[in-house]
Design a protein around this ligand. Structure first.
Ligand SMILES: [Zn+2]
Ligand SMILES: [Zn+2]
Length: 169
């Protein structure tokens, strides 16, 4: 996800470019199991200080369900909007007053979206992922995945002494 923005940096403020993205991002983070390529559209707009990147992107990751502990595929949709700044001022050749590394355009005019996208994916993930809203989880007694059927522990155990008492009433 590296873009050479040398040409766009030379254009007037307000100039823009669009990119159609479709890119495998399997290795973007060791903690993520990416299951679909990153797809979406990105627009880059020349601003007074740099380049504003906007986009809507989707991918899919494999997560583990909090309730039944089975792996499942979670669709991930997110928007990005971030201004990137050149590491070297195009006019003076000096250092401009910006220092955030992940939104820096390097000295070869490469704008790298990898870190922004990696962080955006993590921000999108649910705290407690569930494979589906009505996931039944597993039985606390025998450990069976209840999505695959009842386990037999579900019948409430009736105390035989209470049962005798009930018959007397
Ligand atoms: Zn589940
Ligand atoms: Zn059970």
């Amino acid at each position: 996800m590296r873009f050479n923005v040398a040409q766009l940096l030379k254009r007037a403020t307000g100039s823009s470019r669009r990119y159609q993205m479709r890119e495998g991002i399997e290795g973007i983070d060791p903690g993520l199991t990416i299951r679909e390529p990153l797809v979406g559209q990105i627009e880059m707009v020349r601003t007074a200080d740099g380049i504003l990147v906007r986009g809507e992107l989707t991918t899919a990751v494999e997560l583990q369900c909090d309730r039944c502990l089975e792996p499942f595929i979670q669709k991930v949709e997110f928007e990005i909007e971030e201004e990137f700044h050149p590491a070297i001022d195009m006019g003076t050749g000096g250092q401009p007053p910006y220092d955030e590394e992940e939104t820096r355009i390097d000295e070869h005019h490469i704008l790298d979206l990898t870190e922004l996208i990696r962080q955006s994916i993590f921000l999108t993930l649910p705290m407690h992922p569930v494979c589906r809203l009505d996931c039944l989880g597993f039985c606390g007694r025998c450990g069976q995945n209840l999505n695959e059927g009842p386990c037999g522990c579900e019948e409430p155990e009736v105390d035989p002494r209470l049962e005798t008492l009930r018959k007397l009433l």
